[in-house]
Design a binder for this molecule. Structure first.
Ligand SMILES: Nc1ncnc2c1ncn2[C@@H]1O[C@H](COP(=O)(O)OP(=O)(O)OP(=O)(O)O)[C@@H](O)[C@H]1O
Length: 319
């Protein structure tokens, strides 16, 4: 079996800002020796809090920013110095504020289509893909935040690139608009595009990405499939039930009667409304709760990427 070629290969990428001249503050290593591969067709996420270095890394991967060290290749070709042969194959989502003034949604797209020499018909196809057909005649500045984001994604796709870069595509959207955009991004990936996205939303990365690189202070702290990173964490499962149905005292008695020694016993916690049992062996605990008829309000919560981040950095996630 032949191996799928890597779409992107980044090796030892470094980028520093500032540190020269007076009053410029301490130098910042925005990207600190980052290496990664993105496979063709993959949905890859770069995840991290504000200032982690995501945008800088993305711009270097896109070939828009020169690194101080290291190399980036797209399908084997270097992206820097600016490689015009790659422009047709890469789509970069513009910030919505970068639209041409006073053009309608269709005209914005037509302008990008013309720049790339995309075939006629692409504009209406793209409007349809991003669900903006009925907004074709609306000036871009009159679109809602979610609609503007979708238009900017359509602009990035109009020339049918193989690889699409999206920088925080759902920032500042309400939950419903974010969900709609997630569906669109999945659809784009399902059409065979490689997608590289930055986000500081853990749930977004967990939902969308085949693999994520968790970044902080310029470094990749962990890289892998979200479920794999969560599994590696080996964190306890939190089982919570209605405290009225199972007060903490009763939970303690129930837990004490479980077989398997004290090590395997869940920790008991409580909030006003819930009794919470944390355990790495949820099956016997759930069985005991069922037997005691204490399943009212049951919620079972495994670890998430947010817990992975907390474990990696030792601090709460800073969005
Ligand atoms: N043009 C620049 N000049 C100087 N410092 C910069 C520049 N761009 C970014 N930085 C600094 O580099 C670090 C990484 O910034 P970057 O924008 O890449 O992070 P980010 O993870 O994308 O953050 P955000 O989520 O806020 O967009 C930050 O400390 C930032 O202040």
């Amino acid at each position: 079996m032949t191996e799928t070629p890597a779409a992107i290969t980044a090796r030892d990428v470094v980028k520093r800002y500032g540190g020269s001249g007076r009053g410029r503050g301490a130098p910042v290593t925005a990207v600190d020796d980052v290496s990664l591969d993105v496979a063709a067709g993959e949905f890859f996420g770069i995840l991290g809090p504000n200032g982690a270095g995501k945008t800088t890394l993305l711009e270097i991967l896109e070939g828009l920013r020169e690194p101080d060290g290291g190399t980036v290749r797209f399908l084997g070709q270097p992206v820097w110095p600016r490689n015009t042969a790659l422009l047709d194959r890469i789509g970069v989502q513009l910030q919505a504020s970068a639209f041409f003034e006073r053009l309608t949604a269709a005209e914005q797209l037509q302008t990008f289509a013309d720049l790339y020499g995309a075939p006629s018909g692409r504009v209406s196809e793209m409007l349809d893909l991003v669900g903006l057909t009925d907004k074709a005649g609306t000036p871009a500045e009159k679109l809602s935040g979610g609609q503007a984001q979708r238009l900017s994604i359509a602009c990035a796709l109009v020339h049918d690139p193989d690889l699409v870069f999206l920088d925080e595509p759902t920032a500042a959207l309400d939950p419903q608009a974010r969900r709609n955009l997630w569906d669109l991004l999945r659809e784009i990936n399902a059409r065979g595009k490689t997608v590289v996205l930055t986000t500081h939303y853990m749930d977004e990365a967990e939902f969308l990405c085949d693999r994520v690189a968790i970044m902080d202070t310029g470094r990749i702290l962990e890289l892998g499939a979200p479920a794999e990173l969560v599994r590696r964490l080996d964190a306890p499962v939190r089982i919570s039930v209605d405290a009225a149905a199972l007060p903490p005292d009763r939970a303690r008695a129930l837990v004490a009667a479980l077989p398997g020694g004290a090590d395997g016993h869940p920790d008991i916690g409580a909030t006003d409304a819930s009794t919470v049992l944390s355990t790495r062996r949820p099956a016997p605990v759930l069985a005991a709760l069922a037997e005691a008829d204490a399943l009212a309000g049951l919620q079972v919560r495994g670890a998430t990427l947010e817990d992975v981040f907390l474990a990696l950095t030792g601090r709460e996630y800073r969005a």
